[in-house]
Design a protein around this ligand. Structure first.
Ligand SMILES: NC(=O)c1ccc[n+]([C@@H]2O[C@H](COP(=O)([O-])OP(=O)(O)OC[C@H]3O[C@@H](n4cnc5c(N)ncnc54)[C@H](O)[C@@H]3O)[C@@H](O)[C@H]2O)c1
Length: 312
């Protein structure tokens, strides 16, 4: 199991995954169309003979010989996925069909990076994998939420119909170095605003809760899931169950950056979930996985990254 394709490999999570796999001595083919990712994220890997970078849009078929596929290609933040919603659905659905077709042809194991957004604005808390979700199919987030739901459906149909070796993980909010500085995600937003001395914007009253997983922990979960025995398909939640309010996060970022920024409140956007927290019992049992990085330490690493990135 040595040749590994990572779609979306030049993005935030993808670049950390490529790094981890190359470090483990695997041959990695990173495929990306650079919609939100950059070559800069993987430049340190280009020196390795184990690493190859290919510009390709996965809404078009791809013919390569690989043993495993991590399908991560898809813009992940609302600002990016709502920029071209039709393309977002295409990446999720056509992209999944193309990658599943490839996996079928070369008999590769394939892992789908799904999302907690498949749970929508949940009535069940915390969310277990058996919860079917509450997604508005007509709203501005639907291109992503429904696209990812349809991709999961395709994965399970390929499993039932073609006996494909599939794995599905549902990723909850993840943060860390190489997040996009302007993607509007709450951790990067707060850190960038605090470092620039700008007002910190909170949408709503700030009492909506989120949970944040550090990127290294998440990548460890992805690799563990890929290495589970054939027939264990998931879906498996991967995230950090430590829940805190958006207001608490803003205060923590202000403290760690020693910023003089002030907090400003703005109206809540449409379909913004009130609560989001994973139940990771299944990941604990099947993958022997749980996140290790404390939020304070992860935020410090991320702040260090953004201090350097903003100077570039
Ligand atoms: N980061 C999170 O908190 C989070 C949470 C849930 C799910 N996910 C999922 O994990 C995956 C990676 O997310 P991320 O945070 O690294 O986002 P990202 O935007 O940094 O990475 C996505 C990558 O996919 C590439 N891409 C987009 N469309 C493509 C296409 N048509 N063909 C080839 N490449 C394409 C982008 O250029 C980018 O490099 C996504 O599928 C996302 O839905 C992430």
């Amino acid at each position: 199991m040595n040749k590994i394709l990572v779609t979306g490999g030049a993005g935030f999570l993808g670049s950390h995954l490529c790094e981890r796999l190359v470090m483990e001595g695997r041959d990695v083919l990173c495929v990306d169309n650079y919609f939100t990712g950059t070559k800069h994220n993987v430049v340190q890997l280009l020196r390795s003979p184990r690493f190859e970078l290919m510009r390709h849009d996965i809404t078009f078929p791809l013919y390569v010989e690989v043993d495993q596929i991590y399908n991560l290609a898809c813009p992940a933040s609302p600002i990016h996925y709502q920029f071209d919603p039709v393309q977002t659905t295409k990446v999720s659905v056509h992209g999944a069909i193309n990658m599943l077709g490839l996996a079928k042809r070369v008999k590769a194991r394939i892992l789908q990076a799904s999302t907690s957004e498949v749970y929508g604005d949940p009535e069940v808390h915390p969310q277990t994998e058996s919860y079917w979700g509450r997604v508005n199919p007509l709203g501005p987030r639907a291109c992503y939420d429904e696209g990812k739901r349809c991709a999961e459906t395709l994965f399970f149909d390929y499993y039932r119909q073609h006996q494909l070796d599939i794995k599905v993980v549902r990723i909850f909010n993840t943060y860390g170095p190489r997040m996009h500085p302007n993607d509007g995600r709450v951790v990067s937003n707060f850190i960038v605003q605090a470092l620039r001395g700008e007002n910190i914007t909170i949408y709503g009253k700030g009492n909506q809760t989120r949970s944040f997983c550090y990127v290294d922990d998440l990548i460890d979960g992805l690799v563990r899931m890929m290495d589970t025995q054939r027939g264990f398909t998931g879906p498996v939640n991967l995230g950090n169950p430590g829940e805190l309010s958006i207001l608490e996060l803003a205060e923590q970022v202000l403290r760690l950056t020693r910023s003089k920024s002030r907090i400003r409140f703005k109206p809540l956007p449409k379909d913004d979930p009130r609560q989001r927290c994973p139940d990771i019992t299944l990941a604990g049992k099947q993958l022997k996985w749980r996140p290790k990085m404390a939020l304070d330490d992860g935020l410090k690493e991320t702040i260090r990254y953004f201090r350097r990135a903003l100077r570039r």
